[in-house]
Design a protein around this ligand. Structure first.
Ligand SMILES: CC(C)(COP(=O)(O)OP(=O)(O)OC[C@H]1O[C@@H](n2cnc3c(N)ncnc32)[C@H](O)[C@@H]1OP(=O)(O)O)[C@@H](O)C(=O)NCCC(=O)NCCS
Length: 185
């Protein structure tokens, strides 16, 4: 679905534009995916795994998401640069259509500016507007205290742990935490 664009003032005073992705964002999103994957172990891919992402693939992805009734992506632009994005999706299956999945990621230079909070608020709003959705679900990697703090602030709680779900190149094994937030109806 296409979400109405809105602005958000960062804690440092800069202005962010948050909206559904457009063709003009393709290279910015590709750059964001590659750079962010190298900045933190809390994203589930390494930069070299981003080589499978192509401009054509991103265009097809944007078109699919923007025309879907079960999915939305938002990109956050600061001074014309893609600072990050978020994604929410759910399915139409009768037994699971009450569950939406969300994810958020930002370039490191934009962390702690409140963007993650604002994007999460917007995904909660989208979920609230879709009457079938009763809960929002997400995962974060062990040690990601910033993400955990953000999600707990937004009403999520930990509901499970997948042991050793992430294996870094140096062999370090990290657990994956599942979180859930109910939608009040
Ligand atoms: C996790 C992420 C999306 C958060 O977005 P953000 O814009 O930095 O978050 P916000 O600024 O809105 O809020 C972060 C909160 O964590 C708090 N925080 C910051 N550093 C922290 C730390 N080391 N430990 C605990 N809390 C911390 C901040 O104080 C803030 O809370 P507050 O608003 O009550 O002050 C972003 O940091 C990111 O993209 N990280 C890398 C990718 C990632 O981890 N994605 C999430 C995967 S589940």
């Amino acid at each position: 679905m296409v979400v109405q664009a809105f602005e958000y003032i960062l804690r440092d005073g800069r202005k962010a534009l948050i909206r559904s992705p457009r063709d003009e964002d393709i290279q910015g999103v590709l750059d964001f995916l590659y750079i962010s994957a190298g900045e933190t172990d809390f994203i589930v891919r390494y930069p070299e795994e981003c080589s499978k992402f192509t401009p054509e693939g991103e265009k097809a992805l944007f078109d699919r998401i923007n025309s879907s009734e079960n999915e939305a992506m938002l990109v956050c632009l600061v001074d014309g640069k893609v600072a990050g994005n978020c994604h929410i999706s759910w399915n139409n299956r009768l037994k699971t259509r009450h569950r939406a999945s969300v994810a958020v990621a930002l370039l490191r230079e934009f962390w702690n500016q409140g963007i993650g909070t604002r994007l999460t608020q917007e995904m909660i709003r989208i979920a609230e507007e879709n009457e079938n959705i009763l809960q929002i679900e997400l995962e974060f990697v062990e040690g990601n205290s910033r993400a955990r703090a953000l999600y707990e602030k937004m009403g999520f709680r930990i509901c499970g742990i997948k042991p050793n779900a992430i294996r870094l190149k140096d062999g370090t094994l990290l657990n994956m935490y599942s979180m859930i937030r109910e939608i009040a109806r």
